[in-house]
Each structure stands twice: as structure tokens, then as C-alpha cells.
Write a new protein. Sequence first.
Length: 79
Amino acid sequence: MAGKKSWREMSKGQRISVLASGALNLALLVAAQRSIAKTPDSEIRGKKGVWRAVSFINFFGPVSYFLFGRRRDAAGLKN
């Protein structure tokens, strides 16, 4: 198994991929934290504090909050 590459050893494409995935992860984290702060307790499954902590897990935390942490009722689905 090859060792980890340093930043200088990466190709330009690899560097762009690392930066893009980092930016996406940060954007998801900020969006989840903001949503948790603005959403009333009654519209979140479980405790806000738990979802705040979970949202710090790379990619999976914010995505799981948006998929499973928010309640969706019939009124919210209507246009």
C-alpha cells in the first residue's frame, strides 16, 4: 500500500478535488448548523444538541440531519 502523498506530490487535479470536497463539507456543516438553529424544536426529531454534534461528522453528519433529523408533515409538502 502506498503512503500518503504530501500536498506537493499531488497533481493539480488531486489538489482541486481535495479543496472541492473540503469546501462541500464546510458548506454542508454550515447549512446544517444554520438549519438546526432556525428550526423549532418541534420540527426536529430528537434533541438539537445531538444533531449539532452529529453534524460535525464529515459529510455523513449533515446529510443524515437533512435526511432523518427534520420532521416532514403533510402541510409542509404542499405548494
